[in-house]
Design a protein around this ligand. Structure first.
Ligand SMILES: [Zn+2]
Length: 90
């Protein structure tokens, strides 16, 4: 009986330790997305240009439209929530 109680408490402390850590990580990522909404485009690595597989021609990167930057996922979520909030206010 005592061993069962001991296992229950250890898993409880692990969850209690993991939950705030996850919350802090999410909060830090959210703040990061708030201040730096853009990250470099992974497809063109920030150049905004994309080389065609054959020939010497260069074209604009389709993913970032030649901008070289992409909106971070966290910022996209923030924008979506804000849009939802604005719709609800009207
Ligand atoms: Zn790009």
């Amino acid at each position: 009986m005592t061993t069962l109680a001991a296992t229950a408490t250890t898993s409880g402390t692990l969850a209690g330790l993991l939950c705030p850590l996850l919350m802090i990580t999410t909060l830090c990522y959210g703040i990061g997305c708030w201040f730096w909404p853009f990250a470099t485009c992974r497809k063109c690595s920030g150049s905004g240009r994309r080389r065609f597989p054959f020939g010497r021609a260069f074209g604009l990167c389709r993913r970032c439209a030649g901008d070289g930057r992409r909106l971070r996922i966290g910022r996209r979520i923030i924008n979506g929530l804000r849009e939802l909030h604005d719709k609800g206010a009207r």
